[in-house]
Write a protein that binds this ligand. Structure first.
Ligand SMILES: N[C@@H](CCC(=O)N[C@@H](CS)C(=O)NCC(=O)O)C(=O)O
Length: 282
């Protein structure tokens, strides 16, 4: 589980790094980025996980997410993993489409051949990478974690958070997929990775998890009204209805005129990080 440092640069008086390791979950090399803000020697800092969307690597949010100023101000470590296994021998969408296979792991443990061999992103994010962080970043306080994500990564943050409410003190999302069972992106991914039996899908569906009794103290979602994917793929009103029916606290903010891009994410990133920081205080 040795960690290779690909780059480390100074930013906002902290260190923005990119690292690679051989993953036992995905059986591939995996890259991720970590921002460690300035801190006193020996100080322990809370950890915010950011899960990215379709087509992304760690690099999209690292370069365009505008998270470092607030992380430095509030003392947050920010971790951005990749969205799928990669490399020779890793199965991809048969047509090379962007919404399945490489760059589109959907944070599930695939059970279908040939994807099951490497697409074990749930285990990677939930179990393996937290151990890698704990071992290699001595300032990380793994008793104070939170999780956020965008689009497919919003789906990842919501489902991982709902399945592990004791681990993550805050869960938020930008333009998340909330009902993968009911939208084309989700149907393609879940049938491709898990098979047609929809009973296997519900642990990867935020609406189904809340309907099934999973709860978090509260959830924050921002969604742009000019997002091209809003009507067909995202449908946050479905999650609002499920949360209302279940008594799950949800703050869903429709942001006028914002699209699906990192211009939208970066506009509300500081807000989300402040909301997380309030919940990560020791
Ligand atoms: N326009 C994209 C659709 C996928 C997309 O919008 N991906 C979002 C996440 S769901 C993203 O963050 N893309 C990378 C970026 O904007 O840097 C494509 O066709 O490749």
């Amino acid at each position: 589980m040795a960690l290779e440092t690909l780059s480390e640069v100074r930013a906002h008086d902290g260190v923005q790094g990119v690292y690679r390791h051989d993953s036992t979950a995905t059986k591939t090399p995996m890259e991720f980025s970590v921002f460690v803000p300035p801190h006193a020697a020996g100080e322990k800092l809370p950890v915010v996980w950011y899960l990215s969307g379709l087509t992304c690597t760690h690099a999209n949010v690292t370069e365009k997410g505008e998270f470092r100023e607030m992380c430095a101000k509030r003392g947050l470590i920010f971790i951005a993993p990749d969205t799928s296994p990669r490399g020779e021998g890793v199965a991809d969408d048969s047509d090379g489409a962007y919404d399945f296979g490489l760059g589109a792991g959907f944070y599930v443990n695939a059970t279908k051949t040939p994807f099951a061999q490497h697409y074990q992103m749930r285990d990677y994010i939930e179990t393996e990478l937290p151990h890698v962080i704990a071992k290699n970043f001595p300032s990380a306080d793994m008793s104070r974690q939170s999780i956020m994500g965008h689009s497919m990564g919003g789906h990842g943050a919501l489902t991982i958070g709902l399945r592990n409410p004791e681990r993550y003190r805050a869960v938020s999302a930008f333009a998340p997929i909330v009902a993968p069972t009911d939208v084309p992106w989700g149907q393609k991914a879940l049938s491709g990775y898990l098979g047609e039996d929809q009973s296997a899908w519900s642990e990867y569906d935020a609406c189904a998890l809340v309907r099934g009794g999973a709860r978090l103290p509260d959830i924050l979602i921002d969604q742009g009204t000019a997002d091209n994917f809003l009507a067909e793929q995202l449908k946050p009103h479905l999650f609002q209805k499920v949360c209302d029916d279940a008594g799950q606290s949800l703050t869903l903010r429709m942001q006028d005129g914002y699209d699906h891009s990192y211009y939208f994410i970066s506009s509300f990133m500081a807000d989300h990080l402040a909301w997380h920081a309030d919940r990560l205080k020791s």
